[in-house]
Design a protein around this ligand. Structure first.
Ligand SMILES: [Zn+2]
Length: 157
């Protein structure tokens, strides 16, 4: 079972619970966020960049990709991608669980990756283990990727 960013794999990206204010929209004004997400949708042709699908009510949502440097304890924004609502829900499967949609999210993960229920369970075990480990300490936030796009950032942490 390959998990490392092979182009079209759907992966879970839980944000550690100690990453306060880690939404881009918390750090930029509303017009900037709207511009960033609309650019992301347009670049992807309004299709999900993982499964190629579109949502029934709205086609795609904007997902923030973070890199976690575990040694330096820095959370760095590395990009924005367009995802259909179902794939986006898998990225934040902890929230899906809170919303009573854990099974639906697991089923979507299995379908997109062609995984069995056992594959999904084994994968999620690793995901939760990593989340607990990363949630034990605070993270510094690096939003310099946005500055590279000419966006001025007012960091909240
Ligand atoms: Zn998708």
């Amino acid at each position: 079972m390959e998990q490392e960013n092979a182009a079209r794999w759907l992966t879970v990206e839980l944000v550690p619970k100690t990453c306060w204010f880690s939404n881009v929209r918390d750090h930029v004004d509303k017009e900037t966020w709207d511009r960033l997400r609309k650019q992301t949708y347009a670049k992807a042709g309004n299709r999900c960049e993982v499964c190629g699908g579109r949502g029934p009510k709205w086609p795609v949502e904007c997902h923030e990709i973070w890199h976690y440097d575990d040694a330096r304890q820095v959370q760095t924004l590395v990009g924005l991608i367009a995802l259909c609502p179902a794939c986006h829900e898998v990225k934040h499967i902890g929230l899906a669980q809170i919303n009573g949609r854990y099974e639906q999210a697991q089923a979507h993960l299995a379908r997109v990756n062609g995984w069995s229920a056992d594959d999904v369970s084994a994968y999620l075990e690793g995901v939760w283990e990593l989340w607990y480990r990363r949630s034990r300490h605070e993270w510094r936030l690096d939003l310099s990727w946005l500055e590279g796009l000419g966006v001025s950032v007012t960091p909240k942490r």
